[in-house]
Design a protein around this ligand. Sequence first.
Ligand code: ADP
Ligand code: ADP
Ligand code: MG
Length: 454
Amino acid sequence: MFKKILIANRGEIAVRIIRACKELGIQTVAVYSKADENALHVQIANESVCIGDNLPKDSYLNVENIISAACLSGCDAIHPGFGFLSENAKFARMVESCGLTFIGPNPDVMEKMGNKSYAIQTMKELGIPIVPGSYKPVSLEEGLEISKEIGFPVLIKASSGGGGKGIRLVNREDEFEAAYNEAREESIKFFKDDALYIEKFVKNPKHIEVQIMGDKHGNCVHLFERNCSLQRRNQKMLEEAPCQGISKELKNKLYECAVKACKGVGYDSVGTLEFLVDSDENFYFIEMNTRIQVEHCVTEVVTNVDLVKNMIKIAFGLPLAFKQEDIKLHGYAIECRINAEDIKNDFRPSPGLIKFLNLPGGMGVRIDSGVYPGYTIPPYYDSMILKVICFAKTRLECIRKMREALEELIIDGVKTTIEFQYVILHQPNFVLGHYDTSFIENFLKELKKDARFI
Ligand code: ADP
Ligand code: ADP
Ligand code: MG
């Protein structure tokens, strides 16, 4: 097994990965920016190295400094977590060329599936349903032409996009040019890439994704689905597994497509295929995340499989320790992402000192956190500070447990999304499982009618 792993990330996911390494008897090296000197991941790792200034480009995206830190501290592998360099095939190649292992899929498959428009082309060749669109990057003129052909509304999407960034909805022809330019600018800013593609806008879909795991020996299994339809501005807020309210037949089709895709491209790590499902149960592949995901925890608690530990073992070259029939669902799980954001101020980030923190606990309550009382949340990074994951035998029990967990969760000093999540958990349509990706935007419109709340 690996002797020492560098974790090229921060926050709760860095903490999560360090925990997995500890369980596997692997030493850990945390990296941090100047602003993160006192961060939790730095405190719990065996060693730590400062890799640069506060802005991500100077630290968590600073490829040279990260690889030098790994070499100088005697690491044999790098885990990228999510965001930052996690889907950067060039980085993965550099890591490998320095004699280290990149903990993720091999760079060739990452290139093919990490880029969204390439992945769509690959899926099309494999016969997996995709949303009508350009299937490849297009210029403004080409994009407009295709949009007229498939019919508005359409989405303009960044090929390198992630985290809901670089996506614009276009309802009418005369809005196309401005939206294209906005998406292009956002994509350059966040992903240093101006490639954009077009997709037909699917009305009120559910976002259902399938977790898969492949090894370097041609084995591949799925670990069922997650419903991630509760999103604000195309960014997930609350996820659950398994999905309530879609047929068993559809689920089986999604699993089948996911495993076929994984085997078809020789995928050799944990990964996720994201699908949109419309009200008639038509389904379309939209993208693959070639990394561990934020919401991996709900799958872990319902299947009893540690995805992060397995990801490390696969990268080392071990074959999967289980077959498809060994993976079973044991109940229901929900995850609430807790962000330091001001819900009364359009969810603007709310960094600052955490004066007091009370975390919930008890059976079936898991907390993956990157913060502690007395910690100051820096303003330079993502505003997600912790995740609450609840697990129970039935979905209703799980919802109740999450409500109670959020009642116990107290964070003083910064504004958070706790109350917003709490109110969602009480909405009848959420309780019934009757929701799609339009739920939160519609719900916010309702809430805004009452100035007392938001
Ligand atoms: P998931 O599919 O795991 O839910 P998200 O889309 O929420 O992933 O992204 C996870 C985190 O990584 C978020 O903090 C998001 O802002 C960030 N992120 C996602 N993709 C990228 C990317 N390509 N570059 C930089 N950050 C990204
Ligand atoms: P990211 O890489 O930022 O996660 P995705 O392509 O996964 O981007 O899309 C993010 C979200 O945007 C989806 O979960 C869905 O809610 C919405 N979305 C994406 N494509 C479409 C589409 N063609 N029609 C309707 N909604 C879409
Ligand atoms: Mg996505």
